[in-house]
Design a protein around this ligand. Structure first.
Ligand SMILES: [Mg+2]
Length: 229
């Protein structure tokens, strides 16, 4: 049976360390002249949503050109920090093995559904050498919509238009680490595997209503079995 797997990045495939948060601070400061005094919670949010929350913090939310410039700098600055991401971050347990197994399955297509803007999604995965497993063109990103719950239909439309692949809702899995990943899956009517390697524990993820929740992706055989259901 055909499967489309839409992976989240941060907390699910990789832990990119604090580099991305620092890059946000830098971009915000370069554009507004203000060094953010505190950080917004980033988990499960889109990059433009995070930047908007920073702008709100300083009463600058009406200035959409600021948002655009922050996004540009975010992409440029993160690309410059790729070596630091590799140094301070990690691929999460089981991920490397799982990606290899799934890439050998002809019926499985792997792409991304992430709050990262597309260039940053690529930079983070390339930092760890796991960038070649994903069909980027059919993914959906923070650069496509500030509202993450709008992203599943975007990915499905791209699959149809660019690959002539028509997936039934049960053939599509979101794999993520946050309540927002679950919200995306619900909004898009697709399935959701949640993994507690990000900011939320198994208990919290179950509390959000996640039906398939695992501690980590370490047990590759068990995960493959879940995704084939
Ligand atoms: Mg995440």
């Amino acid at each position: 049976m055909a499967r489309l797997l839409l992976w989240d990045i941060d907390g699910t495939l990789v832990n990119a360390g604090n580099v991305a948060a620092e890059v946000f601070d830098q971009a915000f400061e370069e554009v507004t002249g203000i060094r953010p005094a505190e950080r917004v919670r980033m988990s499960g949010k889109t990059d433009p949503q995070i930047a908007t929350e920073y702008l709100e913090m300083y009463g600058l939310v009406d200035q959409s050109e600021l948002l655009e410039r922050i996004m540009e700098l975010l992409a440029r600055n993160l690309a410059n920090q790729q070596a630091l991401i590799a140094e301070h971050g990690e691929v999460l347990p089981g991920v490397a093995e799982l990606l290899v197994h799934l890439s050998c399955e002809d019926s499985v297509t792997q792409s991304l559904l992430t709050g990262n803007i597309l260039p940053n999604a690529y930079v983070k995965l390339a930092a760890f050498g796991i960038d070649h497993y994903f069909d980027y063109e059919i993914g959906a990103y923070g650069s496509d919509d500030i509202d993450r719950t709008k992203l599943v239909p975007i990915a499905l439309e791209r699959s149809r238009r660019l690959r002539d692949r028509h997936y039934a809702p049960d053939d599509v899995w979101i794999i993520g680490d946050s309540e927002n990943d679950l919200r995306c899956a619900r909004a898009g009517g697709v399935r959701c595997l949640l993994v507690a390697t990000g900011r939320s524990s198994v208990v919290e993820l179950r509390g959000f209503g996640g039906e398939v929740v695992v501690e980590s992706l370490r047990d590759v055989d068990a995960i493959l079995e879940v995704l084939a259901r």
